[in-house]
Design a protein around this ligand. Structure first.
Ligand code: F6P
Length: 517
């Protein structure tokens, strides 16, 4: 049942009306158990949700809402391999990519899913042997991933996040944009004989990736390169198109893996080359541990459920429209862009599963930068601006560098910002007044290991699933990207011809200005 049609939604509406006097400072002062109640361990992460604008009564209603909206039933359908991506009639099984090949859990899967699991492990084994081969190939010094969206953001984010585990002597480059400046800058530093190009595209039709791949191949040949099968590999569900492109080394995946959920598939090859087969398996194991937590923990202690329902509370009842991601670890520099696609492409929808217009908001705007940099840029607005923006701090206890003082300073700043946002500071003069009572969630990892990163990403995938399920939308399609693609083709043709007939006056004038011939 769509969230807004439940009784719990109605009682949350009533709660939200009575909520405007809520103050975090009073909530902590009047309840000594608040921090403990709203904190929990989950695989790979500890989360403190206590500095958020809610209380135990609201949380209980949110859990009731999850139940009445059938979130957990929807979850179970995903984990059974049902075609819950209804508009494309596909199963949603990225979780299967990190599922162990054998054991009681594997035996309990439906027979059709077991067939897929077998293929998953065959491909995984092939891909990891290939990754090991490349790792020990000293002639290959540079790996260039050409892909965009889910075929870029995930591997790029993870290679950067796990750089302390990465093999020395191999350099990773990520080219996504059709803007030739990006590919050109990368190619300038490369030699054809020491470069491996990975063409990453689920569909193998994406304009940016195909354009970059073609230019990379032309460059490779112009540099005297001949052995395309050694220097190019494809990561795709469209093995046939990769073959036509002239690539023989191909690692496949399946249409039941969404692009933004594909890091666990062959799309993860750059990460596998960087950290090696064993560590890649640990990465998968972390995500699988989170899958099990999501499947088995009761709703009130289920971290993806709690986070996803908090997201619903904020979006639909307190009307907060954005969430700031603040990772206090410079290796998580690409985490916010990664989450932007995960959440905004999944839940940026305006109709329900029946195609009916929704009367409430869906995906918030996600944005952010690592701390402490953000503190010297946009935190001013978070502390004293007129909008309330919930933050999500992500901190890592242990550093991998040996520089004295830095880590304690970094973590002190993370704690202090969360504290300052909440406690504020009264100043009668106005300009120095901090209102306080600003909400945040604090996620803490012991170390930034492959296991913990895998768990952290799967946590985010599942919280997006939870809010999407309450909103009654299909979190697994992305029709909203299509119109721009079609119009770009039309405009591209007009760029050559100069024909502006039928265009609006603004587009016509801009086209005439940007035309070079
Ligand atoms: O245009 C959006 C999108 O389809 C994303 O969903 C996807 O991750 C990206 O493009 C890249 O697609 P592909 O992997 O098929 O090249």
């Amino acid at each position: 049942m769509r969230g807004d049609q439940t009784d719990a939604w109605q009682s949350l509406t009533a709660y939200s009306k009575a909520f405007f006097g809520f103050d975090l400072r009073n909530a902590f002062a009047s309840d000594a158990t608040r921090a403990a109640h709203f904190s929990q361990e989950a695989p790979g992460v500890f989360a403190d949700l206590s500095k958020n604008h809610w209380d135990a009564g609201i949380e209980a209603q949110l859990i009731a809402l999850a139940d009445q909206a059938g979130v957990l039933k929807h979850r179970d359908r995903m984990f059974k391999g049902d075609a819950i991506n209804a508009t494309e009639n596909r199963a949603v099984m990225h979780w299967l990519l990190r599922h162990p090949a054998e054991g009681a859990a594997a035996d309990a899967l439906p027979a059709s899913v077991q067939v897929c699991l077998k293929e998953v492990h065959e491909t995984l084994n092939d891909m990891l042997s290939y990754a090991e081969k490349i790792r020990s190939d000293e002639q290959i010094t540079d790996v260039v991933n050409i892909g965009i969206g889910g075929s870029d953001l995930g591997p790029q984010m993870a290679v950067m996040a796990l750089q302390s585990f990465a093999l020395k002597g191999k350099h990773f480059h990520f080219v996504s944009n059709v803007d030739g400046h990006e590919l050109d800058a990368v190619l300038k530093g490369l030699k054809s004989e020491s470069t491996l190009f990975l063409i990453a595209s689920k569909t193998f039709t994406t304009l940016e990736t195909m354009t970059n791949a073609l230019s990379a191949k032309r460059w490779f040949e112009s540099q005297g390169g001949t052995n395309v099968s050694r220097h190019f590999a494809a990561l795709t569900t469209n093995v046939e198109a990769a073959g036509k492109f002239g690539i023989q080394t191909c690692f496949g995946f399946w249409d039941w893996v969404g692009g933004r959920y594909s890091l666990w598939s062959a799309i993860g090859l750059p990460l596998a080359i960087a950290i090696g087969a064993d560590k890649f398996r640990e990465f998968l194991a972390g995500a699988h541990a989170m899958d099990q937590h999501f499947q088995n923990a009761d709703a009130a202690h289920n971290l993806p459920v709690r986070l996803g329902m908090l997201d619903v509370w904020y979006r639909n009842f307190l009307h907060y429209t954005s969430r700031c991601i603040a990772p206090y670890h410079s290796a998580l520099k690409r985490f916010a862009p990664y989450l932007q696609q995960l959440e905004m492409e999944s839940n940026g929808k305006q109709v329900d599963l029946q195609g009916q217009a929704l009367p409430y908001g869906t995906s918030p705007v996600l944005w952010g930068e690592p701390g402490t940099n953000g503190q010297h840029a946009f935190f001013q607005m978070l502390h004293q601006g007129t909008d309330v923006v919930p933050l999500e701090f992500i901190a890592v206890k242990n550093a991998t560098h040996a520089l004295p003082d830095h880590q304690a300073l970094l973590l002190s700043n993370a704690l202090a910002q969360a504290q300052a946002l909440m406690v504020g500071k009264a100043d009668a003069g106005g300009h120095k007044n901090f209102p306080g009572n600003r909400p945040s969630t604090f996620i803490l990892l012991e170390d930034l290991t492959p296991f913990n990163l895998g768990a952290l990403i799967a946590l985010q995938e599942h919280r997006v699933f939870v809010s999407g399920a309450v909103w009654g939308i299909n979190s697994f399609d992305q029709w909203g990207v299509e119109l721009g693609k079609v119009l770009a083709k039309d405009i591209h043709a007009r760029m050559a011809s100069g024909d502006v007939a039928g265009l609006d006056a603004s587009t016509a004038q801009l086209l005439q200005r940007v035309r070079t011939s």
